[in-house]
Design a protein. Structure first.
Length: 292
């Protein structure tokens, strides 16, 4: 597979030591002992594909800038907030949508094919697990590659919307300053002012990416589905997440309640460190390929 030979992009990956042979052995034992592994991934799985995260020390969005992601209530309430969001997203989309899976995504896909991985839940909205070929996957916070209408529910592909943006804004141009984790870029208010946003083609309603913005909640239906998959599993691996967001953390709490062994692979501390069976401080794309 061509991607598996690609060198990782470490721009947004925090510094860490190479995997310790003892750690490799411990994770190998953990995975070998699992028959139905439940995996939850976070931004740390995608940083090696060149997508920054929010919280990593020194390299995350919060460390590099005072910018914050759009809030759900603001997007719903304010036409100018939507204009700003979509203008930035329009500029960032060609680059964001071109990111490719890295070794970590491919390993998890292979574990699924081998019947080792029972279910994968990702907190990422970048579609990289799907691009890698994973099928037993739930996108907990949705996916930026889909857009839907808040009024009638009609769904379109984000790539289709890009064409609508281009048609509506034939002469609009903006140069981006830096890229953010969810695919948008930094633009000034002046740049955004004349950007035109299309309405739903079916009903004229407001278009929103099919993602859970900050301040919004994951649907109860999706949460129940993930709890069911967890109930069928015999162990949990958290890869590339500090689990600071409750929507993902609740499943680790449920796994602890069920007394499932939990392994955590993440550079830096996580909310699970005090009750995980195993904590590994390595790059996902470096350690996971060493497990057979």
């Amino acid at each position: 597979h061509s991607v598996s030979r690609a060198s990782p992009n470490l721009t947004f990956v925090p510094a860490c030591l190479p995997p310790d042979p003892m750690e490799v052995e411990e994770l190998q034992h953990f995975v070998s002992s699992s028959k139905r592994l439940f995996v939850m991934t976070g931004a740390g799985v995608s940083t090696e594909s060149g997508i920054p995260d929010y919280r990593s020390e020194g390299v995350g969005l919060y460390a590099r800038t005072d910018r914050r992601p759009v809030q759900h209530a603001e997007f719903i309430r304010s036409a100018s907030a939507r204009q700003r969001y979509w203008a930035r997203n329009f500029v960032g989309w060609p680059q964001f949508s071109s990111h490719q899976p890295n070794k970590a995504h491919l390993v998890l896909r292979d574990w699924e094919k081998l019947g080792k991985l029972h279910w994968l839940v990702t907190q990422n909205v970048d579609a990289l697990h799907t691009k890698a070929g994973s099928q037993r996957v739930t996108e907990l916070h949705g996916c930026t590659h889909r857009v839907f209408c808040l009024a009638c529910g009609d769904q379109i592909l984000r790539s289709e919307l890009q064409e609508q943006f281009e048609a509506l804004n034939p002469t609009w141009k903006a140069e981006a300053f830096g890229v953010a984790p969810d695919g948008d870029v930094f633009l000034t208010d002046e740049q955004v002012r004349n950007f035109r946003v299309p309405a739903c083609r079916k009903c004229g309603g407001i278009l929103k990416p099919d993602v859970t913005f900050f301040g919004d909640t994951v649907s109860q239906e999706k949460v129940s589905f993930v709890h069911q998959r967890l109930a069928e599993s015999d162990s949990m691996l958290v890869a590339g997440s500090s689990m600071q967001v409750y929507s993902g953390y609740r499943f680790a709490l449920a796994a602890r309640e069920k007394k499932l062994p939990i392994a955590v692979l993440n550079i830096g501390p996580t909310r699970l460190d005090h009750f995980a069976s195993l904590k590994l401080n390595s790059r996902c794309g470096e350690l996971l390929p060493l497990i057979v």
